[in-house]
Design a binder for this molecule. Sequence first.
Ligand code: TPP
Ligand code: MG
Length: 332
Amino acid sequence: MPKKPITKETYLKWYEDMLFWRKFEDKAAALYIQQKIRGFLHLYNGQEAVLAGCLYAMEPGDRMITGYRNHVQPIGMGVDPRTVMAELLGKKTGCSKGNGGSMHMFSKEHNFFGGHGIVGGQIPLGAGIAFADKYLGRPHVTLTFMGDGAVRQGSLHETLNMAMMWSLPVVFIVENNGYAMGTSVERSANHTEIWKLGLGYEMPCWQVNGMNPVDVYEGVWEAVDNARAGKGPSFIEIKTYRYKGHSMSDAQHYRTKEEVAEYMKIDPITQVLNVIKENNWATDSEIHAIDERVKDLVNECVEFAEKSPYPEPEQLYEDVYVQKDYPFINIQ
Ligand SMILES: Cc1ncc(C[n+]2csc(CCOP(=O)(O)OP(=O)(O)O)c2C)c(N)n1
Ligand SMILES: [Mg+2]
């Protein structure tokens, strides 16, 4: 596929999408404090340019899989955001029927394969999805996301080896947001150049700025194109930052407020908005209209989720085994 031009329309879509993701997460945080969302809640604030740039590099039918910081990715892949909010509230209308909650968004229909709570668990699964596509002759690419913490799992290394051996159509993307829970990249390894982990497997690998969607698109496009052309996998480190704590219960003693403020100066959404303003691509009232649309859609998501019913208790026994006559099911 040729590289897509980055136009006024691209920027306006990026602004609206990224702002929606940010406001969606802010609302989720508020609902968590009200105890309407229970359990864990990991927010994506600050990392939006990674998703926006990667989505622009994807074609219809391409697949995505990630960890537990996964509320906005399915929305980007086309899942109705109301069903994502409903999933956060544990409702029957959720995209995973309320069975999963915050860490387990899923939509086979929209090629979003989770939503995985085991750090690094999604890495071999992503390669498996790519293997299936190659084996069945389908032209799709799988973008497999992970955090900086996940690259220290053995599963990464086993998977990189096999992905190269079999030249799989997969792009491994490390969202390096500087921390794995409270542990900085500096404290968890003797080198901080994560992209270099690909070198040991002779896998094409490089580093990309993740605070700007243009840089992300430019940095990811070639990897997606190579994978689709049968040239095998790539391993990309995208440098980003998360504004919120690891999850809602994080006191953030491991970093300073000043550090967070430094990154907010290069906020990805502000960068996109600045380009729109500098080029006079939207008037103040047009920008205001986008902001209002975003606010309305977030409210619609909350209303839908709050009005939806919880699943019935019997649902516990559904979707557990693929085989309906699995021997354990009918033991009295
Ligand atoms: C196998 C495994 N070990 C430990 C944990 C606990 N844990 C949850 S998140 C996390 C940090 C992962 O950080 P990173 O991969 O950088 O992702 P980020 O949260 O920054 O997006 C850890 C250690 C887990 N869920 N699974
Ligand atoms: Mg991290």
